[in-house]
Write a protein that binds this ligand. Structure first.
Ligand SMILES: Nc1ncnc2c1ncn2[C@@H]1O[C@H](COP(=O)(O)OP(=O)(O)O)[C@@H](O)[C@H]1O
Ligand SMILES: [Mg+2]
Length: 266
């Protein structure tokens, strides 16, 4: 894709014990665009995101945020990068003992903002963006799952980050709630000019929002291109993934016996 690249990973390798998860991952995230990274469960999507913010360090390879190399940055300097990257974690956990307002204010305080009026203004703004202004004084336990996800989204963008990482933002939501989240990701991208990186296995959501698409397999990039590039791909794994089909090898493994433990759907 043409245009400026905001973040990139180069030949990223990561193993846990003997299990190789990323095995030479190279890909770029275009500035101001929505990149959707697809791949089956357990293929390393969350592991990749954690490398982008220095929560994990690669065994080999490089992570770049603009012209800053992230993977070799000392822990004390990672704050500068993290300040500019919003992260919606897969479990989007809110702090149960804090109100919605204090949950959203948390990253602001953590990054040294103390002026109450400024904090209130920023909280109001992002609550408005996700359409939940009226919930400011409520506790997370009083909200529905879809609302909690929207509050977590508001918290992820409150520092006005340059890049937002979304880990499975629609997983576990019904189609209508999922569509609300899709719309919010599109809105943040448009109105805030954010570079968005969305990892998911939700194909409906992926094709709704993606400018740029990546399919991972075996710890590497199998396809990187436009949504049409993926949709029209004749690569067998890509066709299987899009159709939600089990591979013949996997099917054979499932059918052969019950004592294998992993069937590749961790
Ligand atoms: N901190 C860790 N220690 C050991 N294994 C891990 C760790 N994080 C992830 N893994 C393993 O790496 C693989 C990829 O995980 P993950 O990136 O979470 O997959 P997904 O694509 O579903 O997000 C899984 O097999 C997982 O068990
Ligand atoms: Mg994951």
């Amino acid at each position: 894709m043409s245009g400026q690249i905001d973040m990139r990973v180069v030949n990223l390798r990561k193993s846990f014990g003997r299990r190789s998860v990323l095995s030479g991952l190279t890909l770029g995230f275009p500035k101001g665009k929505i990149t959707v990274v697809l791949g089956s469960s357990g293929c390393g999507k969350s592991v990749m995101l954690k490398h982008l913010v220095g929560l994990l360090r690669p065994d080999r390879g490089e992570v770049w945020f603009g012209s800053t190399r992230v993977d070799t940055l000392p822990e004390r300097e990672l704050g500068i990068v993290r300040r500019q990257i919003g992260f919606l974690f897969q479990q989007s956990a809110l702090f149960d003992s804090l109100t919605v307002r204090e949950n959203i204010a948390f990253p602001l305080r953590e990054h040294g903002m103390t002026e109450q009026r400024l904090i209130d203004d920023k909280v109001e703004r992002v609550l408005g963006l996700v359409g939940l202004t009226e919930t400011a004084e409520q506790m997370p336990s009083e909200l529905s799952g879809g609302q909690r996800k929207r509050i977590a989204l508001a918290r992820a963008v409150v520092l006005e980050p340059r890049v937002v990482l979304y880990d499975e933002p629609t997983t576990g939501l019904d189609p209508i709630r999922a569509e609300v989240i899709n719309e919010l990701i599109l809105k943040f991208s448009d109105t805030l000019g954010i570079t968005s990186i969305v990892v998911t296995h939700d194909l409906v959501s992926a094709f709704r929002i993606a400018d740029h698409m990546v399919l991972l397999n075996d710890g590497k990039v199998l396809i990187e291109g436009t949504p049409a590039d993926l949709r029209d791909s004749k690569i067998p794994y890509a066709m299987q993934f899009l159709k939600g089909e089990i591979s013949p090898e996997e099917l054979a493994r499932i059918r052969s016996s019950g004592d294998h433990g992993s069937i590749g759907t961790t």
